[in-house]
Write a protein that binds this ligand. Structure first.
Ligand code: GLN
Length: 492
């Protein structure tokens, strides 16, 4: 058999149930890949080798006893380090949370345990999920396994890189403005942001609560479905969690696209998009049309204001959410003569420059006299975008665009220019503002050999249709390349 670390989740599950592979073998293969690649990649902030081994042993024992928890049973996965894990340090890649060990699990972590998954570790991110390259981590940059001189995207760059390199079979990230889909695109894997409220945010360290959503990274659309199924559903601990039955995500997974109407969003597919990305997107659209879809152009003019609205709303919410990090309850505490001095010094020492910039931006946007002109106006733009998307979905089933305007960029290229960095999410932000689901599927490589992602978007709770079309995109693109750091010569 080839290296088990390279199997898909369904292949590994089948091999385990046929007695050809154990979870311990599989977990060991994935950890071995991590041991070989981590010195270059730095995808993980914590690699929990001992915990993963004992979880894998338990998974093998329960499977042998006939207690099968389903398709994730015994599968090694990675979690972004902004999801609370009881007993395992959780830092959100910030100095301010250095050494903080949560006393409880995020709901997704409990659900993954119930599904039999094996957690191999906690992955790197931009501090508090603010960034598009993972360069804003307080603990060093993650590198892209396709080309280690380039970024893996962000903010969930560690999970994307781990899945692309084979140091996890599936991963989880959070997406506030594109932090799952953009790194998935740059690392050549599938990344899904579910409908807002479909997955519990309980135990996710909050960035911008009206936008944050947890979702999976996978090597195939089928695997993304399995990972999503394990975490979706109502949670009493999250006030924004959607009540009711979890929709069936796989009902029409293999039904193709014949008869479906697909809209290319003009405003997200033309200006500022790299020509090679544009070409790959138009090839993909042609294939969808060959497969029987009716493809049309759709204009959503309000998308042009998405980035500006996001960079008022997200910082405004973050300035409130991050007020809790004051040296009293969590992590780092600085010296100070008075409580106020201590709090000010803790925050000055604990937060990195991008987080400070966001808090300042947010505080300004919310301040008396400016509130209506900035925050209020951004909320109005958000409503406008939501209305334009709803109107578009009266006519089309799925909207598409590039995921990211460019492929992976060199490390250091945009660190001095926040606006250039923010532009990385121009295509992904709109559906965070609407709350709708979006997915990135790899569709090819550019002339430098770097992956290109194709974004599909659907109305709220439209995951079934979204995955159905994503599957056709994946089949038609036949994206079988693997990252350089995942190939056997490097990895073995
Ligand atoms: N890059 C965007 C930002 O910096 C999105 C981050 C995210 O989705 N967490 O805010």
């Amino acid at each position: 058999m080839s290296d088990p670390a390279d199997l898909t989740i369904s292949e590994a599950g089948a091999a385990m149930r046929a007695g050809a592979l154990t979870s311990v073998d599989l977990t060991e293969a994935v950890l071995q890949r991590a041991r070989v690649t981590e010195s270059e990649l730095h995808a993980f902030l914590t690699l929990d080798q001992a915990g993963a081994k004992s979880a894998a042993e338990a998974a093998d024992a329960s499977l042998a006893a006939g207690d099968d928890a389903g398709p994730l049973h015994g599968i090694p996965i990675a979690l972004k380090d902004n999801m609370c894990t009881k007993g395992i340090e959780t830092t959100a890649a910030s100095q301010i949370l250095s050494g903080w060990v949560p006393p409880y699990n995020a709901t997704v972590v409990d659900r993954l345990a119930a599904a039999g998954a094996v957690v191999v570790g906690k992955t790197n991110l931009d501090e508090f999920a603010m960034g598009s390259s993972t360069e804003n981590s307080a603990y060093g940059t993650t590198r892209n396994p396709w080309d280690t001189d380039t970024v893996p995207g962000g903010s969930s760059g560690g999970s994307a890189a781990a899945v692309a390199a084979g140091s996890a079979m599936g991963g989880f990230g959070s997406d506030t403005g594109g932090s799952i889909r953009q790194p998935a695109a740059l690392c050549g894997v599938v990344g899904l942001k579910p409908t807002y409220g479909l997955v519990s945010r309980y135990g996710l360290i909050a960035f911008a609560s009206s936008l944050d959503q947890i979702g999976p990274f996978a090597r195939s659309v089928d695997d993304a479905v399995v990972l999503l199924e394990a975490i979706a559903g109502f949670d009493i601990h999250d006030a924004t969690s959607i009540r009711g039955e979890v929709p069936n995500f796989r009902g029409s997974l293999n039904e193709g696209v014949a008869g479906l109407k697909i809209g290319i969003v003009t405003e997200l597919s033309t200006t500022g998009i790299d020509p090679e990305v544009k070409a790959a997107v138009s090839r993909t659209v042609d294939r969808l049309s060959d497969a029987g879809a009716d493809v049309v152009d759709v204009s959503l003019p309000s998308c042009e204001y998405g980035l500006s609205a996001y960079y008022l709303i997200a910082p405004a919410e973050c300035s409130a959410n991050l007020a809790r990090f004051d040296g009293v309850r969590f992590g780092h505490r600085a010296e100070g003569l008075t409580t106020e001095d201590m709090m000010a010094a803790t925050r000055a020492e604990g937060f990195g420059p991008e987080v400070i910039r966001r808090i300042l931006l947010g505080t300004y946007a919310l301040s008396a006299g400016y509130y209506d002109a900035f925050y209020g106006q951004a909320q109005r733009v958000r409503t406008l975008i939501r209305r334009q998307f709803s109107a578009a979905y009266e006519d089309v089933d799925i909207l598409v665009s590039p995921t990211s305007p460019t492929t992976a960029f060199p490390i250091g290229d945009r660190t001095a220019d926040p606006i250039a960095m923010y532009y990385a999410d121009v295509c992904t932000i709109p559906v965070n503002l609407t709350g709708d689901p979006g997915i990135s599927v790899p569709v090819g490589l550019d002339s430098k050999g770097l992956p290109i992602g194709f974004q599909l978007m659907a109305p709220a709770l439209g995951e079934e249709r979204l995955l159905q079309v994503a599957k056709v995109v994946e089949d038609q693109a036949v994206f079988t390349d693997r990252a350089a750091l995942a190939t056997s010569e490097v990895a073995s």
